[in-house]
Design a binder for this molecule. Structure first.
Ligand code: ZN
Length: 277
């Protein structure tokens, strides 16, 4: 059991008793509140029942500790089995959902020692808790029974090396921005020279920009990473559809992964989420 599971363990929510009773509770509550009619509710129950999932299909090994697994990974032990494991239940066995950066140097399953079927892994540029990441997390918890969210940012992240304004200006054809982006990335930036409304944001990290792939610096770029992890935790903790208290609570933790060591370091929360200083 991971530390946070122990911290967040709630009476009646241990691995043997916290089943979400999809067949009764979900359909019953939804229909009682008038969200879905009886016929639709019956269809939902029938569909879920048809999956043939035992309530304990997700049961995780009690000795699993992802931080211990991460230390083993950093020590070059192979933990993730890459071969096809055979049929698995739809619910993630370790009841975890991870939001991580898409950086090619991050192997999320490897660094946490999770196997196929163990966890949801949501990835985007930066590992940012965006609207789309929240959509996935709400589904992950309420429909697929996860109860632990893990946010992973990392050192040398490309999101430290630009701002939304700079990238938008470059895409829209500003010569100065094109020059800066080419210099920063070492790749000739070819501007489409056009404006667009989507994506509305790139979610580049707040703070003084630096060269792409700059090494870890506790005083500067790690603090910028911490800010964004805390912003993500805050978005989750304050989301009305993600319970972080009570019997159906989700726990949330954030980490910085060091691409030079393979190790995760936890980000304290609450704390600063940014500064113009
Ligand atoms: Zn990154």
């Amino acid at each position: 059991m991971s530390n946070s599971r122990k911290e967040h363990a709630v009476e009646g929510l241990d691995s043997k008793h916290d089943d979400i009773h999809v067949h009764d509770h979900e359909s019953c509550c939804l229909s009682r509140r008038g969200f879905i009619g009886g016929t639709v509710a019956a269809a939902v129950v029938g569909t879920l029942g048809g999956l043939g999932l035992p309530e304990t299909a997700w049961a995780a090994g009690d000795d699993y500790d992802y931080l211990k697994a991460n230390k083993d990974y950093a020590a070059k032990k192979a933990l993730h089995k890459a071969t096809y494991p055979g049929p698995k239940p739809i619910r993630p066995a370790k009841r975890m959902a991870v939001v991580a950066c898409m950086d090619a140097r991050l192997d999320v399953e490897d660094m946490l020692g999770v196997q196929t079927g163990d966890a949801h892994v949501i990835r985007n540029a930066g590992g940012v808790v965006t609207e789309d990441a929240l959509r996935s997390l709400v589904i992950s918890h309420h429909l697929l029974n996860t109860r632990e969210f893990i946010l992973i940012h990392h050192t040398r992240c490309g999101m430290l090396a630009f701002t939304d304004d700079l990238l938008k200006a470059g895409l829209e054809g500003d010569p100065k921005a094109v020059e800066l982006l080419s210099k920063a990335t070492g790749r000739t930036f070819v501007s489409p020279n056009a404006s667009a409304t989507s994506p509305a944001e790139f979610h580049a990290f707040r703070g003084q920009i630096e060269a792409v792939d700059a090494p870890k610096d506790k005083l500067t770029n790690v603090e910028r990473l911490n800010w964004d992890v805390r912003r993500g935790i805050s978005r989750i903790m304050n989301h009305p559809w993600i319970p972080t208290k009570g019997p159906d609570a989700v726990s949330v933790r954030g980490f910085i992964y060091d691409v030079d060591t393979g190790l995760l370091e936890e980000v304290s929360y609450p704390g600063s989420m940014g500064s113009f200083g």
